[in-house]
Ligand binder design. Structure first.
Ligand SMILES: C[S@@+](CC[C@H](N)C(=O)[O-])C[C@H]1O[C@@H](n2cnc3c(N)ncnc32)[C@H](O)[C@@H]1O
Length: 281
């Protein structure tokens, strides 16, 4: 193992500890971002972007990567899909299994790093790999990730990815202005960005003990070229002015439950989404 590998491993474990702690904060969320009681009453948690773009998923076999504590996974099950959720947070997976039992919904959940996905989920087996909302920023390189995604898919199967737009991820809000703050495209230990959050982006305001995380801002070219390099073709790439969470304090929520810049504010797209297909044999 090189020193760089060792540093990267430590970064990932530091970030994973933060995720493990955040699960209980998100389960007890009072901000409305993770509305567990509505979900338990039968509400679907997929975002309006996913809803408009996914189409009918009933009967599809879906791998939901980085599924957190499983509300979207179980919403896909409610829509009639046969779903497997994967996340490297043992706390997230434990809660997801508890929710599946509580709601009597059929889904399997595995605790694993997404890079090791093929050791835990079958290859060439899924009609869809579903990855949304705060996911690829935790991954130090997308080339190996795209190979896992491609290997999980059946020939003709599709990846649906929807996440924060990299141009938005580069910004911070300072005195009400958006300022380009972070570099784009770093990879591995050298390209990691270190963040400190006193509280999670959702929850009840309880301070975090594991405040430090490491993230990566992947450019659209790295995202697309990683998928193309893994043998997928791009059906579409869309850009949206709404996003699932308030990336900046000035963002306002709309009746759709999504967040956007205030009226008249100029900024890059907030989110992107894409569908990519594995070539049929
Ligand atoms: C913001 S949440 C994603 C939200 C999720 N898509 C949902 O449906 O609610 C990010 C998730 O990624 C997981 N994660 C981060 N890095 C990971 C990795 N390398 N392998 C597996 N899961 C990972 C975290 O544990 C966390 O649950």
């Amino acid at each position: 193992m090189t020193q760089d590998d060792d540093t990267l491993r430590q970064m990932i474990e530091t970030t994973r500890a933060s995720w493990n702690e955040r699960v209980s904060h998100h389960v007890d969320d009072t901000s409305g971002l993770y509305d567990l009681s509505s979900f338990l009453r039968g509400e679907d948690t997929l975002s309006p972007i996913d809803d408009a773009e996914l189409g009918d998923v009933s009967g599809l076999k879906i791998a939901h990567l980085q599924c957190h504590f499983g509300m979207d996974t179980l919403s896909l099950a409610r829509r009639g899909a046969e779903v497997s959720g994967l996340d490297y947070s043992s706390a997230a997976i434990a809660k997801a299994k508890e929710l599946a039992a509580e709601t009597d919904l059929e889904a399997t959940f595995v605790c694993a790093d997404v890079y090791d996905g093929l050791d835990h989920l079958p290859g060439d087996a899924f009609d869809m790999v579903f990855v949304t909302c705060g996911t690829i920023c935790w991954l130090p390189d997308l080339e190996p990730w795209a190979k896992v995604v491609a290997a999980l898919l059946k020939p003709g199967g599709r990846l649906y990815l929807c996440d924060l737009h990299p141009a938005m991820a580069q910004l911070e809000e300072e005195d009400g202005k958006l300022v380009v703050t972070y570099p784009l495209g770093g990879l591995g230990a050298e390209g990691a960005l270190e963040f400190h959050d006193e509280v999670s982006y959702a929850g009840d305001g309880t301070p975090l003990k594991n405040t430090k995380t490491f993230e990566w801002i992947h450019s659209l070219s790295h995202i697309l070229n990683s998928l193309i390099g893994a043998g997928l073709s791009i059906d579409y790439l869309n850009e949206h002015d709404i996003i699932h969470w308030p990336v900046f304090p000035s963002m306002q929520s709309g009746p759709d439950g999504m967040f956007r810049l205030p009226d008249g504010a100029k900024g890059p797209p907030a989110a992107f989404s894409l569908m990519a297909k594995k070539q049929p044999v």
